[in-house]
Design a protein around this ligand. Structure first.
Ligand SMILES: [Zn+2]
Length: 236
């Protein structure tokens, strides 16, 4: 089923989106597509883009956003888990591979090296043309809910020798923050106000429960005191 939507993007506006005909005309003005592109409304903030050709889909997805009628529309890759009030944690990032051996500066090597950290999409112009020997650069699709990989072991198999290799450092450029609690982009869970609020509510609840226990304990103590008093009187 998801196959039907493999070239579908979601366009999201923070405020109420412009009218659909405006989105269609501005999109056509700014983006040239080779095949067809159906643009349909989902709600007041969201529209769907359905591309016929993969190259159109990737061309638009790689742009990440476009300005329409003074508002920024952010692209999100559609998935079967799409929920209008949540942001997808799948984003595009550029990753640098500083001091990567120069003979590895090719799409074939680079894509294998970075595979454990996400889906490699393309290398930048300088890597492709081998004009920046100090660093290779690759664009990846990463899942922000997964831990960030900061170094990768690159093994090199040589004839008649044990596996040799090196650790390759990865540096990420402009990784967006994603809150796993709110499921939105823009802040991390460490700075989430809703998580703080929830913790405060839980603390209050625990305090109240402790007070109830204390009151129950002190009234039980009073009962014990009365009984002891009565016992003492009876003994007299
Ligand atoms: Zn949050």
């Amino acid at each position: 089923m998801a196959e039907e939507c493999k070239f579908t993007l979601v366009g999201k506006f923070i405020k109420i989106r412009p009218q659909l005909d405006k989105i269609r005309s501005k999109f056509a003005e700014k983006i040239t597509v080779k095949g067809t592109c159906r643009i349909g409304p989902f709600n007041y903030h969201t529209v769907f883009f359905d591309f016929l050709k993969k190259e159109d889909f990737t061309h638009v997805w790689y742009r990440r956003s476009v300005e329409i009628e003074g508002q920024v529309m952010w692209y999100e890759k559609w998935s079967p888990n799409f929920k209008p009030d949540e942001d997808s944690p799948i984003v595009l990032v550029w990753v640098l591979l500083p001091e990567l051996p120069y003979h590895c500066h090719s799409w074939n090597y680079v894509k294998h090296i970075v595979e454990p950290t996400g889906l490699p999409l393309t290398v930048d112009f300088a890597t492709d043309h081998r004009t920046r020997p100090s660093t290779a650069k690759v664009r990846l699709e990463v899942d922000l809910t997964k831990p960030k990989v900061n170094s990768i072991f690159v093994g090199i198999e040589e004839d008649n020798s044990p596996l040799k290799g090196f650790y390759q450092r990865l540096e990420y450029e402009n990784v967006p923050k994603y809150c796993r609690f709110c499921k939105i982009l823009g802040h991390s869970i460490a700075e989430c106000r809703r998580v703080e609020q929830k913790k405060a509510e839980e603390r209050n609840k625990a305090d109240k429960n402790n007070k109830v226990v204390e009151v129950a304990e002190s009234s039980a103590q009073k009962q014990n005191d009365i009984i002891t008093e009565q016992d003492q009187k009876e003994e007299l």
